[in-house]
Design a protein around this ligand. Structure first.
Ligand SMILES: Cc1cc2nc3c(=O)[nH]c(=O)nc-3n(C[C@H](O)[C@H](O)[C@H](O)COP(=O)(O)OP(=O)(O)OC[C@H]3O[C@@H](n4cnc5c(N)ncnc54)[C@H](O)[C@@H]3O)c2cc1C
Length: 517
């Protein structure tokens, strides 16, 4: 007699959220089946179902800790595979508001694995579990339920080459981890339930990524060079060196100021970053591919915890519940945190109750949502209500980044919170506030002049130049190649309207000196 709480759990989607769900479900169900429309086995490169996998992905410190807990020795496996790793606050070169943060030893690990490599390693560990199986190249079509719709009893799937109604996989529990395009809201409506309310923060973001083999070394001992988008310069980048000796350059632009996919436009964008060493490193480097774009119109949070009715036997996790602005690097870590909540529920020895699950993951999502959605409101062009708390928080964060350029303890405190290890309140403890005030006093004034007039103005000037040549603003190059089109988020609709937004933002920035603080 087993102590399992059910026979079969079916996980929809074999991305990071689905894999982590399968890992914890394997402790509680006799069989776990992961269904995905892609081929997964043996895949170590980007795949169609996860187009964002072509772009820089970092696992936050808390996610790292959880992965190591769920898959002991995973970090050693990465090391054995030659994946560079180091201290998040000490071995990565971070720029905020145009200033380099002073490095610090935080003890927080950062692994410079690409998303496909990270996912492949985690998938191999999940596949090695004796009671987990994968159903690949199968699309999920719909849910099946009891006649009254009160319980989900399975899922209808179809093989990729199959026409017709497909077949039903019976399940005691279905976990939807199909990502941002999750159909659960539609399926709920079809079953007579309400759709969850949605909160959206429109950021009009795009990533454009290219890989290089460098002929010079801009890194020194650092793993990555990351000029993060900020009100002083909304153009950002992540530039890690990879396990195979190549470098990945992901450029980020918001509010329609999208990094172009044509090589010249791409390089112009690189030149406008706050870290000039990136341009120096790539301008004569060997490109290994063409730039590809992923558009991310808005962060979306679905409020499942507020629904009064929800069918038994169904959970939703990962991006399907909340899809965060990716520049904060939170999505995979939040999926890991949700998996740990699910594990707690499973350990009660009874099937998880959906409404309790949603109620319990909601506070887990609150903090990263506040960090990212609240942080986005520091950009003048991002629409949304700015409470006093948000405004004060963003002023304080700008001073904190200025202080962190001088004080490594401030850098460490920041990354402990940004890495979702410490709660945000830790940034407001009296000792740290004093350090922030002391070390940022003259810096923020300098920021307004020096940084505001150099990086931001340069970005605006470059953008204007790009607009003049392409006639469509910074977003002009998007969608230029077939590969690019394949990588564009289906929900994306920013287009030229986004470029207009970008121009408005640029105007506002230019007139405000480029800062909000
Ligand atoms: C540009 C970009 C950069 C990012 N950078 C980071 C980062 O640095 N750090 C971080 O933590 N997060 C980052 N993220 C977010 C991260 O990718 C996600 O949060 C994370 O992958 C968890 O997503 P998920 O597993 O819920 O969905 P996904 O990763 O999107 O996986 C969904 C899976 O479901 C499958 N699927 C979908 N529909 C069906 C269907 N109908 N039938 C069968 N299968 C289906 C897909 O094939 C896929 O395998 C980034 C996102 C973007 C867009």
């Amino acid at each position: 007699m087993s102590d399992h709480i059910g026979n079969r759990a079916v996980v929809l989607g074999g991305g990071m959220a689905g894999l982590l769900a399968a890992r914890v479900l394997s402790e509680a169900y006799t069989d776990v089946l992961v269904v995905d429309r892609d081929t997964l086995t043996g895949v170590t490169g980007p795949r169609r179902g996860v187009p964002q996998g072509r772009h820089a992905h970092a696992l936050l410190a808390r996610g790292q800790q959880i992965l190591e807990e769920l898959f002991p020795g995973l970090g050693d496996e990465f090391a054995a595979a030659g994946v560079p790793a180091g201290d998040l606050a000490g071995d990565l070169r971070w720029y905020f508001n145009g200033r380099r943060l002073r490095p610090a030893r935080s003890g927080l690990m950062s692994v410079s694995a690409t998303r496909p490599v990270l996912e492949a390693r985690v998938r191999a560990r999940v596949a090695a579990l004796p009671n987990v199986a994968f159903l690949e190249r199968h699309a999920v079509l719909s849910l099946s339920s009891t006649a009254d719709g009160g319980r989900i009893t399975g899922v209808r799937v179809a093989a990729e080459d199959e026409t017709g109604p497909g077949r039903v996989l019976e399940a005691d529990l279905v976990v939807d981890a199909t990502g941002r395009g999750s159909r659960t809201p539609v399926w709920l409506e079809e079953l007579g339930y309400d759709r969850p309310g949605e909160e959206r923060v429109k950021v009009g973001l795009a990533y454009t990524t290219r890989h290089y083999r460098l002929s010079s070394d801009p890194y020194g001992d650092d793993l990555s060079i990351n000029p993060v988008a900020s009100p002083a310069n909304p153009r950002g980048a992540f530039f890690p060196r990879l396990h195979d000796g190549s470098s990945q350059l992901s450029l980020t632009g918001i509010l329609g100021d999208h990094p172009p996919t044509d090589p010249d436009g791409f390089l112009d964008f690189v030149r406008s970053l706050s870290a000039p060493e990136i341009y120096e490193a790539v301008r004569d480097a060997e490109p290994l591919d063409d730039p590809v774009t992923f558009r991310f119109p808005a962060s979306v949070r679905r409020r499942y915890e507020r629904l009064r009715r929800f069918p038994e036997g169904l959970l939703v996790m990962g991006d399907g519940v909340c899809s965060f602005n990716p520049v904060y690097g939170q999505g995979m870590t939040v999926a890991a945190l949700e998996a740990m909540v699910l594990r707690e529920h499973l350990r009660l020895g009874v099937p998880p109750r959906p409404q309790r699950f949603f109620r319990d993951i909601s506070p887990v999502i609150d903090v990263p949502w506040e960090i990212s959605a609240g942080g986005d409101l520091a950009f003048p062009g991002v629409e949304g209500p700015r409470s006093l708390k948000t405004r004060l928080g963003n002023v304080y964060m700008s001073r904190l980044h200025a202080a962190a350029a001088r004080d490594g303890d401030v850098t460490e405190a920041f990354f402990r919170v940004a890495g979702l290890v410490d709660p945000p309140q830790r940034l407001f403890r009296p000792g740290l506030v004093l350090r922030v005030l002391r070390n940022s006093r003259d810096r923020t004034a300098e920021d307004r002049t020096a940084v505001g007039r150099t990086t931001a103005d340069r970005a605006v000037a470059d953008r204007a130049a790009v607009s003049r040549t392409t006639g469509t603003g910074g977003a002009g190059g998007v969608g230029g190649t077939a590969e690019t089109v394949g990588a564009v988020d289906a929900g994306s609709a920013s287009g030229t309207g986004g470029a207009r937004d970008g121009a408005r933002t640029a105007d506002r920035m230019a007139s405000s000196g480029g800062t909000t603080g």
